[in-house]
Design a protein around this ligand. Structure first.
Ligand SMILES: [Zn+2]
Ligand SMILES: [Zn+2]
Length: 259
């Protein structure tokens, strides 16, 4: 399995996983044009994409859904509640033939990939993160969560690669320009993961198998990539784990797992 971060941040999220023949996206918060361009930039064939698994219905994760419905034959993987929310928000009807319904805590086979959505604390109807096992490797994409929970840590055990939210530095957010209500939302237990909480979670899921950590969903206003990187590198300092940062503007190339 290979992983890439096509885009990550409040202006749009999209992660990609492939076995070389088939590609599964996690979220589609950037345009179809951008998805194709960014895959191509990484030398991935956009024609291999066959599905997109949605984490929750916030626009930075589902913006492309109507275009994907019209202009691709991709399968939509989502929980019942998230699927209903996507349809309501965009005013679209996704035919059952295009849907694989998921349930948090239950694994589904998708073209040989074991796709396991698990519940995360976030202010959406049924938000999930994903653990995907494919070709003997395990990857998790964990963003948009207000706090690290034991359930999240359990699902991040024994990974080869973890893409983990490092949304904000608490002091930068507190002292920044966001309105108080938005600050409160982000800081809440169903908001976004701070650098500090990211570090706590990372420390809990270190294992000899973990080779790569990708920090994701960094706030452009309320975080500094150096702060996020420093927090993670403190946790990783006695390991040989590769630390990378996903970007809003460009796709992140990641070495194939197991190399
Ligand atoms: Zn988001
Ligand atoms: Zn969200």
């Amino acid at each position: 399995m290979r992983y890439a971060a096509l885009a990550s941040g409040s202006k749009g999220n999209c992660h990609a996983l492939t076995d070389g023949q088939r590609t599964l996206l996690v979220d589609a918060g950037i345009s179809l044009k951008q998805i194709r361009a960014r895959l191509t930039a990484l030398d991935w064939d956009p024609g291999t994409v066959q599905g997109v698994a949605f984490t929750h219905e916030h626009s930075d994760h589902i913006a492309a859904a109507p275009v994907l419905l019209r202009n691709t034959a991709w399968t939509f993987l989502a929980t019942r509640e998230t699927l209903a929310a996507i349809q309501a928000i965009h005013g679209i009807e996704i035919p059952a033939s295009r849907v694989v319904l998921l349930r948090a805590g239950h694994a589904t086979d998708w073209n040989g990939a074991r796709v396991l959505p698990f519940a995360i604390p976030h202010d959406a109807s049924d938000p999930v993160a994903y653990r995907v096992e494919w070709q003997g490797h395990a990857v998790a994409v964990v963003t948009d969560l207000g706090q690290p929970t034991a359930l999240v840590a359990d699902h991040c055990a024994g990974l080869d690669l973890l893409a983990l939210e490092a949304n904000h530095d608490v002091e930068m957010l507190r002292n920044g320009d966001y309105p108080p209500s938005l600050k409160a939302r982000i800081l809440s237990r169903v908001g976004h993961l701070s650098n500090e909480s990211m570090g706590e979670l990372l420390a809990q899921v270190l294992s000899p198998r973990l080779r790569t950590v990708v920090l994701a969903h960094l706030s452009e206003q309320n975080n500094d990539p150096d702060l996020a990187r420093f927090t993670a590198s403190e946790v990783l300092k006695h390991t040989t784990i590769t630390l990378l940062l996903a970007s809003q503007q460009m796709p992140l190339r990641v070495a194939p797992l197991g190399e």
